[in-house]
Write a protein that binds this ligand. Structure first.
Ligand SMILES: Nc1nc2c(ncn2[C@@H]2O[C@H](COP(=O)(O)OP(=O)(O)O)[C@@H](O)[C@H]2O)c(=O)[nH]1
Ligand SMILES: [Mg+2]
Length: 305
């Protein structure tokens, strides 16, 4: 663990502290009542400012309606990092948001049987999660934004102002659309989805989310639900998937960079899923060699809120 890191993490705006690099018993003795949240829970806009700027962070924003599997995906990536110790040949050595990951992993494991509404990602809690990787002297910082699906479905489909206020979304240079395969398999599900998805895209457009150049990927999640024997469902899926890509490309005027078809809730020999994790880590390397202004991007872009 880095010695300098805990110092940098101290004193963010809401006096949140990360346990990173700090002895827990020491922390409990000196700061017994930290502001009502778990240590190292997912971070909100102001708290993400407290994260180190010695490494240029790469932010990937997951966009998708609720229940599409974003948090499950994030929990699985964390699981992979914890169990393998590395992703894409990079050692996973730290996170500022262990609790945020653990909570998602827990919710994934309990299968949402109880208190469904209350257990899921809510739109009042933090949503930035961090993963630190290194290989030799090379360090990568991946920040994943996993907002509640309700934010995208309710607020962002109807309210361009809300989208505009989301600075991290606007300035994020990498967004990943999450689509639930099961909404593409039947005409009835697809119609409902398509209208919401169109509104979401036009709100994103109005809020100028696509104005800055971005890498845009699409993840078709829950591919396990598509029965390969069911030719009708497969056909519908293929043509609707194509249309979804078209909607995004037309609205954003950006060619989709990568498309993935994955199942997020099965960790065994799931190489399609591991490929996405590798790609996420890999994409951190595309972040330019840090310059002074770039290092400060979270600060300048999120802080204005
Ligand atoms: N069959 C299947 N279910 C999934 C998959 N990924 C997530 N789920 C389930 O979808 C539901 C919603 O997942 P969640 O991660 O909370 O979605 P979020 O609202 O987008 O964060 C949960 O019951 C998950 O277990 C998948 O790849 N296949
Ligand atoms: Mg969620």
């Amino acid at each position: 663990m880095e010695n300098n890191k805990s110092a940098i993490l101290k004193g963010s705006e809401q006096s949140q502290e990360s346990i990173v690099g700090v002895n827990t018993s020491e922390l409990l003795a000196t700061k017994p009542n930290l502001g009502g949240r778990f240590y190292s829970d997912a971070l909100d806009d102001s708290q993400i400012n407290g994260i180190i700027r010695s490494i240029n962070p790469h932010l990937i924003t997951l966009i998708g309606f609720s229940e599409f599997g974003k948090s499950t995906f994030v929990a699985s990536m964390y699981h992979r990092a914890m169990t393998q110790g590395q992703i894409d040949g990079y050692d996973f050595y730290d996170s500022d948001t262990f609790s945020g990951f653990e909570r998602r992993a827990y919710i994934r494991d309990v299968g949402l049987k109880l208190n469904k509404r209350f257990n899921r990602t809510t739109n009042t809690e933090g949503y930035f999660l961090t993963l630190h990787f290194k290989k030799g002297n090379e360090k990568l910082l991946l920040v994943i934004s996993d907002r509640s699906g309700e934010t995208y479905r309710n607020e962002y489909t109807s309210n361009a102002e809300a989208v505009k206020a989301d600075k991290s979304l606007i300035y994020s240079n990498h967004i990943v659309f999450f689509i639930d395969v099961s909404v593409l398999m039947t005409s009835k599900n697809y119609l409902g989805f398509k209208s919401k998805f169109n509104s979401l895209n036009s709100r994103l457009y109005s809020a100028e989310v696509f104005k800055n150049e971005k890498t845009i990927d699409v993840i078709f999640n829950k591919i396990d639900l598509l029965n390969k024997e069911d030719k009708n469902a497969c056909q519908l899926f293929e043509s609707n998937a194509k249309e979804v890509i078209q909607i995004i490309e037309d609205t954003s005027q950006t060619k989709i960079n990568r498309q993935f078809r994955i199942c997020s809730n099965n960790m065994e020999d799931n190489h399609d899923l591991y490929d996405v994790f590798d790609y996420f880590v890999e994409s951190c390397k595309l972040v330019n060699i840090p310059t002074v202004s770039e290092i400060d991007w979270i600060n300048t872009k999120v802080k204005e809120l």
